[in-house]
Design a binder for this molecule. Structure first.
Ligand SMILES: [Zn+2]
Length: 146
């Protein structure tokens, strides 16, 4: 039986590439980190439940109450920090049973859109550089502190 807490993003013993810039927000129920540079384009931010919970079906009332507001704050921070036109979402919980909501900036100038863009941005693309990821993380972190 696998350890459900051995999560690629949030477990120090499991991940090889920590969130760029560290955790940008943490209220004890929800936390936000920038995706590791090698995983996604700069500005891609992951919102996760601190508790290892799969999805809304298993969330506590406090987790459910917090999800909308922190999603809204993170969408606003990603948009302001990157100047993107849309903030795409991606959440499959494929590898681990832990709610990770990816927020991915999209610009009208992009050559693709929709699911194809998401795949390019976080699966088949080259990701970003550590410098780009750190700069985006710092901007998003400042906006989330407000
Ligand atoms: Zn996790």
């Amino acid at each position: 039986m696998s350890d459900e807490n051995a999560c690629w993003f949030c477990s120090p013993g499991e991940r090889t590439d920590p969130p760029a810039g560290g955790w940008l927000y943490d209220d004890g129920t929800w936390r936000v980190g920038h995706a590791p540079a090698s995983y996604a384009i700069a500005g891609t931010t992951i919102l996760e439940a601190v508790r290892h919970v799969l999805d809304e079906r298993d969330m506590t009332p406090a987790e459910l109450a917090g999800l909308g507001p922190i999603t809204g704050r993170t969408v606003a921070a990603v948009a302001a920090a990157t100047g993107c036109d849309r903030v795409y979402r991606w959440a499959t919980m494929d590898a681990h049973p832990h709610f990770h909501l990816w927020l991915v900036p999209w610009w009208r100038s992009a050559s693709t859109r929709g699911p194809r863009y998401l795949v390019d941005a976080i699966v088949t693309g080259d990701g970003s550089t550590p410098v780009e990821a750190a700069a985006a993380a710092a901007r998003i972190g400042l906006l989330l502190e407000r």
